[in-house]
Design a protein around this ligand. Sequence first.
Ligand SMILES: [Zn+2]
Length: 127
Amino acid sequence: MSDALREWVEGLHDGVVRLPRCTRCATWNWYPRPVCRRCGGSDVIWLEVGNVGHVHTWTEVVQAVDTVEGLRTPYVAALITPMGAPDARIPMLAAECARIPAIGEEVAFEVTDTAAGRTITFCQHTR
Ligand SMILES: [Zn+2]
């Protein structure tokens, strides 16, 4: 496992979402890459991004994907933009409490164990 993936997996193990941020220009680079997509810098710091974000896009999966075991169709997969890392889009699954999301809608997310393994799920955010 690469160092970059190790940081991601350790964050999920700890129950938090951590992402790499460039120490030179503060851009969040997700997925991890050898150099920053904005400034070309190569030093990053991994930081927790909180647990609230917005729906960037989503899709409903109705036909099982062979490479993802344990997910019962249909399910909703989305890219969520964490408020704490507005340059990033994180893939997540809708939790059972979620209704079909709207683009831009605020959601709360958490690291949880699902039938597909440890993943990040979201629900509409209620204050
Ligand atoms: Zn940078």
